[in-house]
Every structure is written in C-alpha cells, then in structure tokens.
Design a binder for this molecule. Sequence first.
Ligand code: NAP
Length: 352
Amino acid sequence: MSTANKVALVVGAQGVIGRNLVEHLAALGDWDIVGLSRRGGAAAGRIRHIAVDLLDRDDCRAKLSELRQVTHIFYAAYQDRPTWAELVPPNLAMLGNVVEAVEPAAVGLRHISLMQGYKVYGAHLGPFKTPARETDAGHMPPEFNVDQQDFLEQRRRGKAWSWSAIRPSVVGGFALGNPMNLAIVIAVYASMSKALGLPLRFPGKPGAYDKLLEMTDAGLLAKATVWAAIDPRCANQAFNINNGDLFRWSEMWPKIARWFDLEVAPPLPMSLDVVMADKEPLWQSMIETHDLQPTPYRDVSSWGFGDFVFSWDYDLFADGSKARRFGFHEYVETEAMFMNIFADLRRRRIIP
Ligand SMILES: NC(=O)c1ccc[n+]([C@@H]2O[C@H](COP(=O)([O-])OP(=O)(O)OC[C@H]3O[C@@H](n4cnc5c(N)ncnc54)[C@H](OP(=O)(O)O)[C@@H]3O)[C@@H](O)[C@H]2O)c1
C-alpha cells in the first residue's frame, strides 16, 4: 500500500453499489482502496481485497484491526432476509462489527459513509409521501437503515470523524450474484422472452405500469458518495441521490423492448420468482447457443427483487435537491442508463 493520505475501506465491495464505488475511487487516482466481502477478489493497482465474514465478530477483529491507515469507511454491505424485521439483526451486526474492529485502530479515520435507501421513508411499505425529503418524519420500525444511522450517530459522539447517509432509489449498475439488481432482472427476462419467441410483457401489478418512479445510476451514486464523504459541508447529513429524471414503465418498457429487438405485448401480472423458477435449462442452452460466459443461473436470478419493484402501484421518488444545494450537480438520463447497462452486459457476454 502506498503512502496516499486517503485510504478507503469499501465494505461490500462486490455489491452492485460497492463494485462501482471501488472503480470510481480507483479512477480518481489519489485513493488506496481496501474492499471487503466474503468472496474477496484479486488485487489490482491500488486496490486490494480482504475476504471476511462481517457477521463473525472474531473474523472481523482478526482481519480488520490491522487496517490502521483507513481514513474513510464506505459502508455498502447487505444481507438479504425474507422480512423487514429479519433484516435488522444481521445488517446492524455487520456495520457494528466493522466499525468496532477498524475504528479503534484507524487513528486517522475521518468519515464513515452509510449507504441507505428509500426504505428510510417507508417506500417498501406502500404509498408513501412523495417527493420524499431528508427532513421527513420517521416511520414505525423495524427498519435497518434507520437503526444503522442511529448506531453511527451515537458512536460518533466525542470522535473526530463525521458520517454521511446516502439514499439512492433503485440502483442500476453491473454486478452478478446480488439479491437486488433490477437491470439484470430486465436484461435476462427480455433475453429469455426473445429465446422463447415471445414479446416483452410487463410482469408487474396493473397499477405499477403508469406510476412515476426514478432510478439511481451506480456510477452517479459512487460520485455522490465520495463527494459527500469529503466535502466538509456534508458532515453528519443525509442526501437523496437519484438520476434527476422520472419515468413510467409504460413509456420505458417499449424502449427496452426495442433495444432487445422485441415486440411489446400488454402487461400480464405474474411472479417472476414463480415463472422463471424452471428456466435454468433455458439459460444453459442460451449460454451454449450464443457462446456466453458460463454465469450460473442463480447469479442472474434476482427475480424476487423484480417482483418487488414491479409491484409498486404507487409513485416512488424523492427530492434530490438537497444534494444540489450542497454542491452536487451530476445527473444521468435513466433511459440511457438502462441501455448502457444492457450494452455492457452484452459486451461482457453475460447476455446474447
Ligand atoms: N441494489 C439496489 O437497488 C439498492 C437500492 C437502494 C438502496 N440499496 C441499499 O444499498 C446497500 C447495498 O446494497 P447492494 O444492492 O449494493 O447490495 P449487494 O449487491 O447485495 O452487495 C452486498 C455486498 O455485501 C457483501 N456481503 C454480504 N454479506 C457479507 C458478509 N457476511 N460478510 C462480508 N461481506 C458481505 C457482499 O459480498 P459477498 O456476497 O461476497 O459477501 C456484497 O459485496 C443496502 O443497504 C441496500 O439496502 C440498494
């Protein structure tokens, strides 16, 4: 590791958010980067990876208390669970285990960035107030993002470091083997529709087709996350981060169909988790026919997350103007974001 004075610890470095954050930090050129995940990864340039189980406090202590040079912790790890209540204990424990292992050793620690989401506003529960603002009142627990922020706020008392909380909408970016990856859901569903000679049908709830929603590009999110971590005005603040435009599936879906060279047929509500469960043989045959990377079906099957997003028969967006008022002015056109991710998946030979 070089003597750079900015050392980032990216927690959850193989996630759809963490991967893109590592890439962005590396491109900035003045960061040393340590990535944490269970699977680890190959070192490259100023990036190194540590394979650690964040649920295991002893493993964290053994592997992370040597990280004395860390100046910024970017927390974007996630453990999926079937209910909102069950999400709390593992996700709180992972954050606690990292901070308790690293913070006492890293004497130059300046900032802890926490990746949250619109669950803070109750977006997962039903029609919530839109646009959601950072100043909105809280809602009835359990909600792990809120508990994580409380943990950081309490831990910071009397310390030299500050925190920031970043709240993206649904995130679009490249990753494999992740429970929440909408772009992969759409890309694989469309590719399979094509392989079966079917048109592209929106599989969500009837009322979800024409509601307003927004996305957050993973690259844009990475830029905002680093900005909030180093701009002193952002200390101990939360920020909604979104692409800056709104869309409805009724308008986006035909454009996605066109990209995949598919006809659009009227929506038909169905659970992707159910109807795609028997499609592993089809996936294998597509890999052979199109000479694709041999990606295991489970690594491209976040169907449950697709069902979740396509069930939102209410508007889902937040006000992103606080970040702009504080000085972050980047935006991404959501249609272009989707098409760029699909093109990237094709370039990597994940989809035909
Ligand atoms: N994805 C979205 O659309 C979205 C939208 C809004 C908010 N968010 C929020 O952003 C945060 C990150 O989400 P994400 O979608 O980027 O998550 P993700 O893709 O599932 O990534 C999670 C990361 O955590 C690591 N991890 C999980 N369990 C671990 C353990 N026990 N020990 C070590 N590493 C572990 C995973 O790597 P290994 O599997 O190799 O361990 C992976 O690197 C979450 O709080 C989520 O709620 C996500």
